[in-house]
Design a protein around this ligand. Sequence first.
Ligand code: UN1
Length: 471
Amino acid sequence: MASEDIVSFEPATGAELWRGRAGDVDEIVARARRAWPAWAAQPLSTRMELVRRFANEVRKDAEALATLIARETGKPMWEARTEVESVVAKVEISIRAYAERTSQRKLDSALQGTAALRHKPHGVMAVLGPYNFPAHLPNGHIVPALIAGNAIVFKPSEKTPAVGEALLRCFHRAGISAAVIQLLVGGPEGGKALVAHDGIDGVLFTGSAHAGIAINRKLAANPAKIVALEMGGNNPIVVWDTPKIHDAAILIVQSAFTSAGQRCTAARRLIVKDSVYEAVVTEVKRLADRLIVGAPFDEPSPFMGPVIDNNAADGLTESFLYLLGHGGKAIKHMARPQDDKPFLSPAIIDVTAMKERPDVELFGPLLQVIRVDDFDAAIAEANATRFGLSASLIGGTPADYNRFWANVRAGVINWNRPTNGASSAAPFGGVGLSGNHRPSAYYAADYCAYPVASTEMDQPRASIGVGLREG
Ligand code: UN1
């Protein structure tokens, strides 16, 4: 271990932003194990107080943290600020969720003693974060896990270590011991070593299905570790009858292109009724043509920034060309104005005529359009994926929405709302390849602690009523 340097670059400029040594997994996990019992033994109120102080530290540092997020991810400054707000909001939501989902309760007034349900932390949790929300999404595991009494080893994406480090500084400044929450700098090898480490009791992961499945496979023979996988999607947005074409187009553009399409909940497939196809697609293209793509601090503010790096941009360009070469019809080409920078224009391609559409998550500003005649076909198309994270219906009647809701397989289903921007106050997760039935956000409390059922009396008091010989 501990040999490779991890380096992050600003996507918008190509400049080096951060450099550090890969951490020593054994050492870091051993330190976490030593720190965990004392942390778990703190009163819950102390841990809650400390995460509230963490929220204050983030608030104090909000502008600097947002600036760092914007530089390291390339997302516009306005969006980085909303990410910081989500980090702060997570604390009160998680405190409420802990109380509502995993607190203690007396079960019934048993005649003999008490019956109680309480929850205990798992131990040392590995949190593996993504690059698209390098602060908010790992934080969505970290805060509930800390409240529940776990120690944390946090490995940020190797593309966003600087934000990971800055987030941890806020925890430490809040007074949470540097051993209770530690940073592990590392690449995929470090991540593998961490999840497989005997000293890790659980793995809380947000990222691609590819990486999530690799974690699951690695831990298949180890059911004792709790594994929460928040993975990607190939999310449908279905447009049905509506007089409000302009609003529909805005919702589609927000769903597909916010964060340059680098959201697990981004709409990847626009499924649209034949009779409104021309109007909808024309309006979506018109809007997409107007979206400003630019660097985080540009004025006027861009709608979206670059994708995370040149590799990602190459892959997306290749995917666009693949679709084009296999029966896709370009509605709006994917342009890359600077070959050596990962800025991509939003791209739209009609894939209705394609025989076999690859069911993969294309993590960028690339929207595929499918034209259908009737609502059954729309639902069948929406479900033509192994993923199941988010899905939206735009337009249609309440009865249409009821059918959509009942028949579409996804963990987030919306009506006349975007596919992305899910509330942190609701459970967040998907089915199929999108997750392993351990939703995060409001339900994160569930995977951060395990229930212990107890019956208790203050003195041993017992009798054998039947089947005893006279003594
Ligand atoms: C999104 O919908 O783009 O707190 C991400 C959470 C969720 C994340 C939503 N609100 O986990």
